[in-house]
Design a protein around this ligand. Structure first.
Ligand code: NAP
Length: 250
């Protein structure tokens, strides 16, 4: 019988803000060594890492644009040298894009797919050989409810998350025999910069009223589900997409 053990290190991409930062906090609270990737928010990433280090956690902030293979390679090398092997991976980094499809430029398509889909591919491709060698690994991809249902004015974003879901399911079948699980979360509206940057206060209040639980999701709601899926408590959950949307689209 294969029993999952406590992993060496967890890497969270886009761990500087929002949902990623909540996942970093939740993992550190469980005593996990965490590598926290950031791209532009250096100050936020360093502050979070320092605060957790002061609390006795092993946390490393690592800069990389995850859409660039060489930066992903350098990030993994830095983590391996300073913390250890990555056994848990959270592909969380993402960007959003609103607009009519005919107004989206090729550069915007490339940038969005580069972060939301290629970034996850690059990180999983780099992490998997070590995970397979150790027969130890758990991956959670942060998709979106739009990746399942699609959304008007967010077709490119939705396509990237739909692709991430297909990647999750396919890879789960591929690497399950090597003792590695791959799952995804599909959050609904979560109160982070991504959401508040796109909507007015009135729109946010309206959306909140629409939610069966009477509020928007919090980053911590996603983080709790993520830590569970990563952990041996979810040892027989593989290739699944779990909604964290407060029952919004039932
Ligand atoms: P957010 O607050 O805007 O944070 C985005 C994170 O992604 C930041 O940490 C950012 O890092 C990082 N990032 C962006 N481009 C990157 C790149 N090229 N390389 C590395 N990191 C990069 O967004 P969020 O709401 O927390 O979203 C996190 C994930 O949840 C995303 O995948 C998003 O699509 C998904 N999601 C969010 C919602 C929602 O309602 N908020 C709903 C469904 C799904 P820097 O700031 O350091 O650049």
């Amino acid at each position: 019988m294969q029993v999952e053990s406590q992993p060496a290190v967890c890497l969270v991409t886009g761990g500087s803000r929002g949902i990623g930062a909540a996942i970093v906090n939740a993992l550190a609270a469980e005593g996990m060594p965490v590598a926290l990737n950031y791209h532009r928010s250096e100050l936020a990433a360093r502050n979070l890492a320092e605060r957790l280090q002061e609390q006795g956690n092993r946390v490393l902030a690592v800069k990389a644009d995850i859409s660039i293979a060489a930066e992903v390679e350098a990030m993994f090398s830095q983590i391996e040298e300073n913390l250890g092997s990555v056994d848990w991976l959270v592909n969380n980094a993402g960007i959003s894009l609103r607009g009519l499809l005919q107004d989206i430029s090729e550069d915007q398509w490339d940038e969005l797919m580069g972060v939301n889909l290629k970034g996850a591919f690059l990180c999983m491709r780099r992490a998997l050989p070590g995970m397979i060698r150790r027969r130890s690994g758990s991956i959670v991809n942060i998709a979106s409810i739009w990746g399942q249902q699609g959304a008007a004015f967010e077709s490119v974003y939705s396509a990237s998350k739909g692709g991430l879901i297909a990647l999750t399911r396919s890879l789960a079948a591929e690497v399950g025999p090597s003792g590695i699980r791959v799952n995804a979360l599909a959050p609904g509206p979560i109160a982070t910069d991504m959401l508040t940057g796109e909507m007015t206060l009135d729109e946010l209040a309206e959306l909140s009223d629409e939610m069966p639980l009477g509020r928007l999701g919090r980053p911590e709601d996603v983080a709790a589900a993520c830590v569970f899926l990563l952990s041996p408590k979810a040892a027989y959950i593989n290739g699944q997409v779990i909604s964290v949307d407060g029952g919004w689209k039932l």
